[in-house]
Design a protein around this ligand. Structure first.
Ligand code: FES
Length: 117
């Protein structure tokens, strides 16, 4: 059976221009009710849920570690992998969601599962 047929339909939404996200920084966007941190490390882009799974503080306000490819919650210091949203350190223990992100020329798009508001 083709597993790709099991993926829910996704909506592609332009969220920012590439120049809106400086290298090594994060910007918060809200799309279809999802709060998302868009992170840029060089030419690589990442999109993870913006609300820390420990106590709902905004991850996009924390520092990005380009070597570890993580973002740190500024409130209590939990670090999250930008690749899969998994917490790499306490006090967070639950992952945050990740979203497919795409660059087309100078625009950044995020793929949101349809009907997921
Ligand atoms: S709120 Fe993020 S680590 Fe506590």
């Amino acid at each position: 059976m083709d597993k790709t047929q099991e993926q829910p339909p996704q909506k592609k939404v332009r969220v920012l221009g590439l120049d809106d996200v400086p290298d090594g920084e994060a910007r918060r966007v809200e799309v279809e009710g999802h709060k998302i941190a868009v992170v840029r490390i060089g030419e690589d882009l990442f999109a993870i849920g913006d609300m820390c799974s420990h106590a709902n503080y905004s991850l996009s306000e924390g520092p990005v570690d380009p070597e570890e490819v993580t973002i740190e919650c500024w409130k209590h210091g939990a670090q999250f992998s930008l690749c899969d949203g998994i917490p790499m350190s306490l006090p967070a223990t639950q992952p945050v969601p990740v979203f497919k992100i795409e660059r087309i020329e100078n625009s950044i798009f995020i793929h949101i599962p349809e009907g997921s508001e």
